[in-house]
Design a protein around this ligand. Structure first.
Ligand SMILES: [Zn+2]
Length: 397
C-alpha cells in the first residue's frame, strides 16, 4: 500500500495526504466517488442518509469515504472464500482478488459456493497482497454453528437484503427509514420508544437468531436485559444508526426479502409528512424521564434539542410545552430563572422579580408555560367532574 501510495501521487504532493481509498481510486484511474460506490462497503454502511444529504449518493464526502473507506469499519478482518480463490486461480485471469461482498458483516458464507468464509490471521494487513490458495484461514463458527447460522431464515434474509443495499444506487433519508421501521415494528406489537414494557426489536431478534451470531455484529449484546432499550439496534425506530441495524430490522420484520425491499423502497401512505413521522416518538415520550434528562442536558434549549432528536423545532415546541417544559434558550438564568425559583419557594411574584432584577413579564411568561401540564390536568378533571355531576348529582355530596 505504501509503495502504491508513493507511486501514484501527483508530483508536488505528499503521499501521506492520500487515504487508502484515494490512493486506490487514483491508481485505478476512477473517481473517488465511483470507487467508493462500486468497490467499498460505504453503500451498505450509509444506506440511510442523514438530514441534509437525503436521497443522493453524490454527497459522499471525502471524510466519509476516508472513514468507512475500502475496509469494513466494524471488523479488523480480511475475509475470503477458499473456493473462490481456487476458481480465480484456474481462470484465464490467473490470480485471485478480494471481494467486497465477503467483507459484509454478519454473512459468514460465500453466496456463490455456500461454504463458510475464512478470516486471515493477519487481519486487514492481508489486504496488502492478493489472496492465494495456501493462505492461513480462521473460521469464526464451528461446523454445527455454521449450519445453524446459514440455514436460519432471518439470517438468510439479512444476507440478501445486505447485498441489495450494497448494490443500491440511492439512499433512504433517515426520517423515512425511522418511520418505515417504526410503522412495521408496531404491526408486530413491538415498542418503538425508549421507555416502556413491551418487547423491543432486540427482544424479537434474540428469539429469531442465535445469540452467538448477533454477538459478531453487536459485541455488547450480552449487556442487554429483556425489554431494555438496546440502542445499537432499537435506535432504528427513534433515531439514526448504522446500516447493519436497518438490514437486521427488515430481515426480522418481513417474511421475504422481496416484501422487505418493496416496503423499503415503495410508497407508504402518509410518508413523508412530518406529523406522521413524529408520531413515532409516542405521546408518552415527551413526559418521560428520558425526555426530562435530555431537556436538562440541553439546558432547556429547544433548538439544540430539536437538532439532537433530528426533528423540527416547530413540532418539538408544543410537545414540550404540553409536557410542562418551557424553552429556556432565551431565558436569563441569573434573573428570570432565579425569580421563578424564589416564587416557587413562597415569595410573592413582585418580591421575587424585584430581588432578582427580573422582568415581571418574562417571569410570568415562564411560569404560565411551566404550569401548562397542571392546567391540562385541571381542565380534564373539571370536564370529567361536570359529566359526573350531570349524571350522578345526588352522589356528589
Ligand atoms: Zn466462493
Amino acid at each position: 500500500m505504501e509503495a502504491l501510495r508513493t507511486s501514484v501521487h501527483p508530483p508536488g504532493t505528499t503521499p501521506d495526504a492520500y487515504s487508502d481509498s484515494a490512493t486506490l481510486a487514483l491508481a485505478a484511474g476512477v473517481s473517488l466517488e465511483h470507487f467508493a460506490r462500486k468497490h467499498s462497503l460505504l453503500p451498505f454502511y450509509r444506506t440511510v442518509s442523514r438530514e441534509g444529504d437525503a436521497g443522493q449518493r453524490d454527497t459522499y464526502s471525502v471524510e466519509t469515504i476516508g472513514y468507512f473507506g475500502t475496509r469494513s469499519s466494524r471488523q479488523s478482518m480480511a475475509i475470503f472464500c477458499p473456493e473462490c480463490i481456487k476458481e480465480d486461480k484456474a481462470s484465464p485471469r490467473g490470480f485471485a482478488y478480494w471481494r467486497r461482498s465477503h467483507q459484509l458483516p454478519g454473512i459468514p458464507w460465500c453466496v456463490t459456493h455456500g461454504c463458510q468464509l475464512a478470516n486471515s490471521p493477519d487481519g486487514t494487513k492481508a489486504f496488502d497482497a492478493m489472496p492465494f490458495p495456501e493462505m492461513d484461514a480462521i473460521f469464526e463458527f464451528s461446523e454445527p454453528e455454521f449450519i445453524e447460522v446459514s440455514t436460519n431464515p432471518i439470517i438468510q434474509r439479512y444476507a440478501s437484503i445486505a447485498i441489495a443495499f450494497l448494490n443500491a444506487e440511492v439512499t433512504t433519508p433517515d426520517i423515512h427509514a425511522q418511520f418505515r421501521i417504526a410503522e412495521q415494528a408496531k404491526k408486530h406489537n413491538l415498542r418503538v420508544c425508549i421507555q416502556g414494557k413491551r418487547p423491543t426489536l432486540t427482544d424479537r431478534l434474540l428469539e429469531q437468531v442465535p445469540k452467538y451470531w448477533l454477538r459478531t455484529l453487536y459485541p455488547d449484546i450480552d449487556k442487554h436485559s429483556s425489554t431494555e432499550f438496546f440502542y445499537p439496534i432499537d435506535n432504528v425506530t427513534v433515531g439514526v444508526t448504522a446500516g447493519t441495524s436497518y438490514v437486521l430490522a427488515l430481515a426480522s420484520l418481513f417474511d421475504s426479502t422481496e416484501e422487505a425491499l418493496n416496503y423499503w423502497q415503495g410508497d407508504i401512505e402518509g410518508l413523508p409528512t412530518e406529523r406522521k413521522v413524529q408520531r413515532s416518538f409516542g405521546k408518552d415520550y415527551w413526559s418521560s424521564t428520558e425526555m426530562f434528562k435530555l431537556y436538562v442536558e440541553h439546558r432547556g434549549n429547544y433548538k439544540s434539542l430539536s437538532q439532537a432528536l433530528t426533528i423540527s423545532p416547530s413540532y418539538l415546541r408544543p410537545q414540550l410545552i404540553a409536557a410542562g417544559l418551557p424553552g429556556l434558550g432565551l431565558v436569563n438564568m441569573n434573573t428570570t430563572a432565579r425569580a421563578v425559583l424564589d416564587f416557587q419557594t413562597g415569595m410573592s411574584l413582585e418580591a421575587a422579580c424585584e430581588s432578582n432584577g427580573a422582568s415581571r413579564d418574562e417571569v410570568e411568561k415562564l411560569i404560565r408555560i411551566g404550569i401548562s401540564k397542571l392546567s391540562t390536568a385541571i381542565n380534564e378533571i373539571s370536564q370529567s367532574n361536570s359529566i359526573k355531576g350531570s349524571s350522578h348529582q345526588t352522589d356528589d355530596d
